[in-house]
Design a protein around this ligand. Structure first.
Ligand SMILES: C[S@@+](CC[C@H](N)C(=O)[O-])C[C@H]1O[C@@H](n2cnc3c(N)ncnc32)[C@H](O)[C@@H]1O
Length: 263
């Protein structure tokens, strides 16, 4: 994921639905000690980074994202103690000072990165003693939106152009994260799978939703005309697979986790 295809306007079409998990994740952060330095990985437009910074009373918060279009929006939220940095999460995790952060936060971004055991180990190294890790990721890989895209990606002519990419999710089972956090020395862990029941106008709205997220991985790997063909077939199959109900009930699974490094 190069994050180059993020389109803030498309992403924000379902702003209200996407914000609730952010608030639920922020509520998992314990405020029994001051949170001075925080980092928001995959901060997007920075709007929620600003809310995090203000609600937790952080002294210094850094939002990290790779997308120029998302960061262009974030510029409006820069203020005393709140800055944004253009970097991949991988590079930031490798280069940031170890033990420097009281909070490593990431809402709806780490599911774009591979090898979570190695990634989480790097993120835990960024935490100061007593520091907290808080992460929210969609876990929709078994839903039609994802399985149909992956199946189509294996078909001609798309398979050759995608070079084996099928949007495979790196997201683990909740119990695997519980074990991983424990093995990385974190305690006071909360790991949960939550289903957010979104009420959308109709099943076509699901297509608009995934255009802003899941399909970006295909869009950036296919030439525009080939992506248009991909989208057309995908849309037909997706709409045929979903019930024709109004409103459309969209059960969206997410994993929320938070834990603390021992002081
Ligand atoms: C679904 S958006 C979430 C944005 C924000 N956290 C929020 O809750 O609204 C995912 C963000 O992660 C960023 N992203 C994805 N992969 C990334 C990577 N490897 N390094 C840095 N940013 C990445 C994208 O550019 C995008 O802004």
């Amino acid at each position: 994921m190069t994050a180059s295809n993020w389109n803030p306007a498309q992403y924000e079409r379902f702003k209200a639905e996407r914000e609730q998990p952010f608030h639920d994740l922020a509520a998992l952060v314990r405020q029994d000690r001051p949170i001075r330095r925080a980092v928001d990985l995959g901060c997007g437009t920075g709007e929620l980074t600003r809310r995090l910074h203000e609600s937790l009373g952080c002294t210094e918060t850094t939002g990290v994202d790779l997308s120029d279009t998302m960061l262009a929006r974030a510029a409006a939220f820069v203020r005393q103690g709140l800055r944004f940095e253009r970097s991949s999460i991988e590079a930031f995790a490798a280069q940031a000072p170890q033990g420097a952060y009281d909070l490593v936060f990431s809402n709806a971004a780490l599911h774009w990165l591979d090898d979570h055991p190695a990634l989480f180990a790097k993120l835990v190294r960024l935490l100061a003693p007593g520091g907290q890790l808080a992460v929210q990721m969609p876990a929709m890989h078994a839903f039609a939106t994802h399985t149909l895209a992956a199946a189509l990606a294996r078909e001609a002519p798309f398979a050759a152009a995608l070079h084996g990419y099928t949007g495979q999710s790196p997201v683990l089972a909740p119990e695997a994260y519980a074990r991983l956090l424990y093995e990385l020395g974190l305690r006071e862990a909360s790991v949960r799978l939550q289903v957010y029941g979104h009420e959308l106008p109709d099943r076509a709205a699901v297509l608009e939703w995934v255009k802003g997220t899941t399909l970006t991985g295909y869009a950036e790997r296919l030439a525009p005309d080939l992506f248009e063909r991909f989208l057309k077939v995908y849309a037909e199959r997706l709409l045929a697979a979903l019930p024709d109900e109004r409103p459309f009930f969209f059960p969206f699974k997410r994993i929320l986790l938070a834990a603390r490094k021992q002081a």
